[in-house]
Design a protein around this ligand. Structure first.
Ligand code: OAD
Length: 235
């Protein structure tokens, strides 16, 4: 068998680039969200405490917008891979849109939360939520008008990290798609995966910040690179 490790367990990490061709703005591109808004204002607990209306309006607009968008060929290819791959596949996304699940992905972790969830800061309940929060609707569980977007802000802990690290420790292949590698802990997954002996592949429009950590980088739009890579794996 030599030193070729059998390819069975795959962890895929996605970022905003996978949804860009669905018409959802990325964060760090020219004209991206973080050029239009200050991160400190709309994506931190302190910003929310200072000006909750600004923050709620920002997420209300994003929540409404994603519901008008559709999954693209990259989301669909990842769902196909989950359906047809005989080994283990975990999809970890930093995205808060629901395009992966609408494309059909099921083994999916939203490490930065979800636009279509509201989280009650009074009773800790989470509720599927498609409408606005700006008018301070009561929490369906406790009645207190204390709902906030269920999105992880800077300074808060991403979700389900234990499960993610456990999957990376078992991974034979780690694939990062459409992420700039600017935000930890996700940006560090490639280091962990390499230490665990996984092959590391990057699919991105341009080289990411951690590009040098990958064994291979393929550059181009996700809607082309991802279906081609899935086809190659399933062949
Ligand atoms: P970024 O906006 O930082 O990076 C998006 C990456 O996708 C860039 O490297 C682009 O080159 C690439 N890209 C753009 N269009 C693409 C396309 N069509 N095909 C392939 N790649 C493309 O977004 P993220 O890396 O996801 O966190 O950002 C990480 C986190 O920072 C987000 O989850 C968010 C943000 O602050 C929170 O809100 C907690």
């Amino acid at each position: 068998m030599g030193d070729m490790r059998a390819l069975r367990n795959i962890v895929v990490l996605t970022g905003a680039g996978v949804s860009a061709e669905s018409g959802i703005d990325t964060f760090r591109s020219a004209g991206g969200l973080w050029e239009q808004h200050r991160v400190e204002d709309v994506a931190t607990p302190e910003g929310f405490a200072r000006d909750p209306d600004l923050v709620l309006r920002f997420y209300d607009m994003r929540r409404a917008a994603i519901q008008t968008r559709q999954p693209n060929a990259a989301h669909l290819a990842l769902a196909r891979l989950e359906a047809e791959w005989p080994g283990e596949l975990l999809l970890v996304t930093q995205n808060v849109d629901d395009l992966h699940e609408r494309a059909g992905s099921r083994r999916l972790i939203h490490m930065h939360g979800e636009h279509l969830n509201a989280w009650c800061s009074a009773c800790d309940a989470r509720h599927g939520w498609t409408g606005p929060l700006i008018d301070r609707p009561p929490c369906p569980a406790c009645g207190v008008p204390a709902l906030r977007p269920d999105v992880v802000w800077f300074g808060e802990m991403p979700y389900r990290m234990d499960e993610i690290y456990a999957a990376i420790a078992r991974a034979d292949l780690f694939v990062s798609i459409g992420t700039s590698g600017a935000v930890y802990p996700a940006a560090g997954f490639v280091h962990t995966a390499r230490e665990a002996g996984a092959r590391c592949l990057e699919l991105n429009l341009e080289r990411s910040q951690g590009s040098g950590w990958f064994h291979e980088s393929r550059l181009g739009p996700a809607s082309e690179l991802v279906p081609a890579w899935v086809e190659e794996l399933l062949r």
